[in-house]
Design a binder for this molecule. Structure first.
Ligand SMILES: *[C@@H]1O[C@H](CO)[C@@H](O)[C@H](O)[C@H]1NC(C)=O
Ligand SMILES: *[C@@H]1O[C@H](CO)[C@@H](O)[C@H](O)[C@H]1NC(C)=O
Ligand SMILES: *[C@@H]1O[C@H](CO)[C@@H](O)[C@H](O)[C@H]1NC(C)=O
Ligand SMILES: *[C@@H]1O[C@H](CO)[C@@H](O)[C@H](O)[C@H]1NC(C)=O
Ligand SMILES: *[C@@H]1O[C@H](CO)[C@@H](O)[C@H](O)[C@H]1NC(C)=O
Ligand SMILES: *[C@@H]1O[C@H](CO)[C@@H](O)[C@H](O)[C@H]1NC(C)=O
Ligand SMILES: *[C@@H]1O[C@H](CO)[C@@H](O)[C@H](O)[C@H]1NC(C)=O
Ligand SMILES: *[C@@H]1O[C@H](CO)[C@@H](O)[C@H](O)[C@H]1NC(C)=O
Length: 698
């Protein structure tokens, strides 16, 4: 079933041919919550690729590439990431000339091509297509170890029916009635089944097919883990991710055949189950016919492109924050997509969404039995395990919305950790499962308070960084420093925002993009800014709070737990904890003969097209030949704006240095997606008195 590129194309193309007779395939799905993938696809592929639309996207992407710090590294990543190689410049030539049967097909090819960089900071999003129809089957999978023989196998999650019947109340009957024979109406009996075959093949083939096109993370094991269901915690509540098998971003797969062995059954069951596509809020509200779909969802709106900061008449201002001084710090995962007033939720692959139908809740009986401590706040939740020996910080996102929120999180992190200590804990599990990052400052803060004051946390508790010095970026800096175009220090390109490698302010009259190294990367000349030093201290100034002098926990007594999905700010935090202090990292789940990695995407800072466009417009350079044009479609794009230098090799980016987890923790039917059960097992196996403390090898 999954997802061979060519099959998708021919499938889409065939559909378009057969749909010619239908007058308007979008009227068929108008107002419906649930449709078949084929119905959604017919509407989404009904619009041809117009030459002007293609030219616009190709020009934006190609003119954004010089802002992407990893472009030349990704031509051929060094070991152990040598499978990552994509030449985007030449791929753009291909995308510019290939025949596509629809704009959707072009978008998919563009997005999948960019995903070959396996870099979640390097993304392309189009509201016209991405997650317009979330496509589900009610059978999330998990990867478990059979306790009887130690073998790892794919299972239908034991909680599958509970999750699906709760989340898909209005659709579960459809699936129930579609099952054959004794399974009809008996969907619940499939929960916990062992999956023997997917579409007649070893399930691991489907897992690999998905991992090979997923993008997001350099770590292959982590891309495999995305196939499976997992838990998380966003700014509000526990979440449940169904995994890429059961929840797809596009309606391109119609059904899947599974061969399973149900619990306590000796015979096998073979059945085919259809995917169903659920309209998101945009589709639900705006798709009346093809024309309303195009006009209301697909055309650039006031949030798509940037604006000159000094143009008070412009309806759109790039910095969404009330305080521009801090806005840039948590722009990680803030790609300018403010769609509604509701709080933004950050998906685990970094794509922000405020569409309410994105959230699926972790079932009550899988949540910790004990209440979180009162100090808990947002994505930071504190728990105490039995006996007050081991505390837990569950930290699902480094994101905080705005300056006040960031300061409050910093305070609560300290108060919660101190409370765990005061109540007797001398061991700590930091659970960052599905933490896609957020505020860079908070990652420095958490590292600094856990580990105390030392030359490893002061003055630099993060990583030194460098920004790519592309030709237009250099001219932006030139404009700012020679024409005083940024008197309020709002531009990321203003030297007033940064410190040098000695952590002293950059001179205001020098072009900091011209004082850095000229490099040869994979045979291409490249240029980066001079080395930038720390950006978060003194914390009194940046977060309104001073850290205590002493460390809170002994690094021997800390475990950092995730499913590998710990990216960006979360990656910065974990890398410093693991490599500078020897804190052990744990990845739960996954295949045991594939090495697990505790982070697979660090960057240091992402920037989106809208913010680059604001920089260009504010520097009065929109007419420059190197400047990307405005997007015509309701699209968004992001690139890696800065790279962090490594801990073990401080002269090369941390991005391409190894991040092997110390412990690959197997999951079972009784621990999977049950965070408290996992924490307890880890505490007794790895934080007990007799545990050998292993210092991570570089
Ligand atoms: C794409 O094609 C157009 C028209 O042929 C051409 O002007 C443009 O330079 C091409 N862009 C790239 C990146 O190849
Ligand atoms: C999945 O990919 C991994 C890594 O390339 C490989 O070692 C493994 O054999 C693959 N499994 C299957 C079933 O193809
Ligand atoms: C399978 O059998 C065991 C032992 O009899 C029982 O404890 C368990 O609940 C059964 N599982 C299911 C899903 O029926
Ligand atoms: C754990 O700490 C709490 C809060 O201080 C206290 O009420 C409780 O009695 C302690 N439990 C144990 C087993 O020490
Ligand atoms: C910004 O706008 C103000 C008021 O229109 C003007 O006086 C000022 O010169 C402008 N500054 C820049 C840097 O363009
Ligand atoms: C901008 O930064 C410079 C250099 O740090 C400083 O002197 C100036 O006061 C800042 N301007 C504002 C408006 O904060
Ligand atoms: C770009 O050039 C056109 C034509 O010369 C001019 O009207 C426009 O104001 C310029 N725009 C900017 C942002 O400089
Ligand atoms: C660890 O050792 C201490 C001191 O010997 C003892 O009080 C404590 O109960 C032990 N804890 C565990 C989990 O074995």
């Amino acid at each position: 079933m999954l997802i061979f590129w060519l099959t998708i194309f021919s499938l889409v193309a065939n559909y378009v041919e057969s749909a010619v007779i239908t007058a308007d395939p979008c009227t068929v799905i108008s107002g419906k919550d649930w449709v078949s993938p084929a119905e959604a696809r017919a509407c989404m592929t009904a619009f041809p690729l117009e030459p002007q639309a293609r030219a616009n996207v190709i020009e934006v992407v190609s003119k954004m590439l010089p802002f992407h710090a990893s472009e030349n590294y990704q031509l051929q990543a060094p070991p152990p990431f040598e499978k990552i190689h994509v030449n985007l410049a030449s791929e753009l030539v291909r995308l510019n000339t290939t025949q596509y049967s629809s704009e959707f097909e072009f978008h998919l090819d563009m997005q999948r091509t960019m995903q070959r960089a396996n870099d979640g900071h390097f993304t392309m999003y189009n509201y016209c297509y991405d997650r317009l129809y979330h496509t589900f089957i009610p059978l999330p999978l998990v990867f478990l170890t059979d306790e009887s023989n130690g073998k790892r196998d794919v299972f239908i999650a034991p909680e599958a029916f509970k999750v699906a019947s709760e989340e898909f109340k209005d659709q579960i009957e459809f699936w129930q009635n579609g099952l054959p024979g004794i399974l009809k109406g008996n969907l619940a009996s499939l929960s916990g089944s062992k999956v023997l075959l997917i579409d007649g093949e070893d399930p691991l083939i489907a897992v690999n097919d998905s991992a090979n096109v997923k993008g997001v993370s350099q770590a292959f094991a982590t891309r495999q883990n995305y196939f499976f269901a997992s838990y998380g915690h966003d700014l509000e509540d526990w979440t449940y991710n169904m995994g890429d098998f059961a929840h797809q971003a596009y309606p391109i797969v119609d059904s899947v055949q599974l061969t399973v062995q149900r619990p306590n059954n000796t015979q096998t069951d073979v059945f085919t189950i259809p995917y169903r596509a659920r309209a998101n809020v945009l589709a639900k509200e705006h798709i009346k016919d093809l024309s309303s779909y195009r006009q209301k969802i697909c055309i650039a709106d006031e949030n798509t492109n940037g604006a000159d900061r000094n143009d008070t008449s412009a309806s759109s201002q790039s910095d969404p924050d009330e305080n521009p001084e801090i806005a840039f710090l948590h722009q990680e995962y803030e790609p300018g997509l403010e769609l509604s007033k509701s709080p933004m939720r950050i998906q685990r692959d970094g794509i922000p969404s405020d569409l309410p139908d994105m959230d699926i809740a972790l079932p009550e009986d899988l949540r910790p039995k004990s209440d979180p401590l009162d100090e808990s706040h947002g994505a930071a939740q504190f728990f105490m395990l039995d006996g007050n020996k081991t505390g837990v910080l569950l930290y699902g996102s480094f994101f905080a919305r705005g300056r006040r929120a960031t300061r409050l999180v910093a305070r609560r992190l300290l108060q919660g950790l101190q409370k765990l200590k005061d109540d007797g804990a001398d061991r700590l599990i930091v659970d960052v499962t599905n933490n896609g990052g957020g505020a860079i400052r908070l990652s420095h803060w958490l590292h600094r308070i856990l580990m105390g004051y030392s030359d490893k946390t002061y003055p630099q508790a993060g990583l030194d960084t460098t920004a790519r010095a592309g030709p237009l970026a250099q001219i932006i800096v030139e404009q700012i420093i020679t024409k005083d175009l940024d008197p309020r220090n709002r531009s990321r390109y203003n030297p007033a925002r940064w410190r040098n490698a000695q952590h002293r302010p950059l001179p205001l009259n020098k072009n900091w993009l011209k004082t850095g190294p000229k490099l040869m990367i994979n045979g291409k000349y490249d240029a980066f800014s001079e080395r930038l030093g720390q950006e978060a201290q003194p914390f009194r100034d940046t977060l309104g709070i001073d850290p205590p002098q002493e460390r809170l926990f002994d690094p021997k007594n800390i475990l950092i737990l995730s499913n590998g999905v710990c990216f960006s700010s979360c990656g910065l935090f974990s890398v410093r904890m693991a490599k500078s202090h020897g804190v052990r990292t744990v990845v739960a789940g996954g295949q045991n003969n594939i090495r697990q990695e505790y982070t697979g995407m660090i960057g240091a800072q992402v920037i989106n097209f809208k913010d680059i466009d604001t920089e260009v417009k504010s520097a009065k350079l929109k007419n420059h030949t190197l400047a990307p044009p405005d997007f015509l479609s309701r699209s968004a794009m992001s690139v890696t704006w800065r790279l962090g230098y490594g801990v073990n090799n401080p002269n090369e980016p941390e991005e391409w240095q190894p991040h092997w987890a110390d412990i690959a923790f197997p999951l079972t039917l009784s621990t999977v997606n049950n965070p408290e059960a996992i924490w307890k097992a880890l505490a007794s196996q790895y934080l007990g008195n007799n545990t050998l403390f292993r210092v991570q090898k570089p």
